[in-house]
Design a protein around this ligand. Structure first.
Ligand SMILES: Nc1ncnc2c1ncn2[C@@H]1O[C@H](COP(=O)(O)OP(=O)(O)OP(=O)(O)O)[C@@H](O)[C@H]1O
Length: 328
């Protein structure tokens, strides 16, 4: 297990206060944060503002020292046993950083492997296995500058797995990738957790990706934990309202009145939108299901129903709602 307990990180920065005057100020990037990562599970770390995600990942992977609190990896403190911890963790970032473009895919992996003390036959076998796993065997001896975006990202994965880490941090792994490549990569991430028993922490601005992959989600704002739950529970507990959309051919004053009454009785809201010259879309939002009373009401008005669909809230709605509440 990787256990983060009451961790705080304060950066000291020099600020200009006058023509030649400078003073030191403190920025609290992470405040009293606690969470856990366990093999086989994917957790999401989502931020509302410049929330402290990167700072947290850097502390967990020994690149930054926490100001206070503790981080342990399989019982080893990240600062006191940093060499041992380094062999158990790794990070994969999105975009095109962290690779040497002039070197081939294989040479990149040889270089990064050597940083972990790997060499000889053991390193070659590991590289062959990883190139196979990410589908880059044929491109192994091609310079990375000739790789497509998707190939570079697959090489990033191989690089992140070079030390066979138990704990893997994925920082925006699908940033800038086309939809089919991103989908392929998500499937690979799932496999790493479910079949290879990796403990994965994912940060992503693509909320649907978090919803699809993560077993649990931690939401942080300005370094503080504001919510922790499964994506489903978070959605249910924070965005309770389901939207019911119905398309009808006519509207009348009496129908408007009755729809308003229906929405009020269910503690919900209602609105109309003209979809084209002949049709109207009514949207009713409420915590309770209004499908049956709505259909009865429309039947009583002898109004045909051209289309009806229900829209359940998503994790994206949760984040937007939280950001609005906190004035982000
Ligand atoms: N080296 C640094 N020195 C001073 N302040 C920093 C430093 N790195 C980050 N910060 C500040 O700490 C806070 C958290 O930054 P961090 O990069 O961890 O957030 P983040 O959630 O990764 O943001 P984003 O999603 O925008 O990358 C921000 O207020 C940022 O300005």
């Amino acid at each position: 297990m990787l256990i983060v307990e009451n961790v705080r990180k304060v950066y000291r920065v020099k600020e200009k206060t006058g023509w030649l005057l400078r003073k030191w100020t403190e920025v609290e990037a992470v405040s009293d944060l606690s969470f856990q990562m366990e093999p086989g599970k994917i957790i999401g770390l989502l931020g509302i503002n410049g929330a402290g995600k990167t700072t947290t990942i850097k502390m967990c992977s020994t690149l930054l020292t926490p100001t206070s609190g503790s981080i342990t990896v399989d019982g080893y403190d990240v600062m006191r046993h940093d060499r041992l911890v380094k062999s158990k963790v790794n990070m994969i970032a999105g975009g095109e950083r962290m690779l040497y473009w002039r070197l081939t895919g294989r040479e990149n992996l040889q270089y990064f492997g050597s940083l972990y003390g790997l060499a000889g036959v053991r390193l070659q076998e590991r590289i062959d296995g990883l190139l196979h796993q990410v589908g880059l065997v044929d491109a192994a001896n091609t310079p990375v500058e000739r790789y497509s975006k998707g190939m570079k990202q697959r090489l990033q994965i191989a690089r992140g797995l070079i030390n066979d880490p138990r704990y893997l941090f994925l920082d925006e792994p699908t940033l800038g990738l086309d939809a089919p490549i991103a989908r392929h990569l998500r499937a690979h991430v799932k496999k790493l957790a479910r079949e290879h028993e990796k403990a994965i922490l994912l940060t992503s601005h693509y909320i649907h990706e978090v919803e699809e992959l993560c077993d649990e989600v931690y939401i942080i704002d300005k370094g503080k934990l504001v919510a922790h739950d499964t994506p489903e529970h978070l959605t249910k507990s924070i965005c309770k309202k389901t939207a019911l959309h119905v398309v009808i051919p006519t509207r009348s004053d009496q129908l408007d009145h009755d729809l308003r009454q229906l929405a009020l009785r269910h503690g919900g809201t209602w609105e109309y939108a003209q979809t084209d010259e002949q049709t109207w879309e009514v949207t009713l939002r409420s915590e309770s299901d209004m499908t049956t009373p709505l259909l009865s009401l429309l039947a009583a008005h002898q109004s045909p129903v051209l289309r009806l669909h229900t829209e359940r809230p998503t994790l994206e709605d949760v984040i937007l709602q939280m950001a609005e509440r906190r004035g982000a």
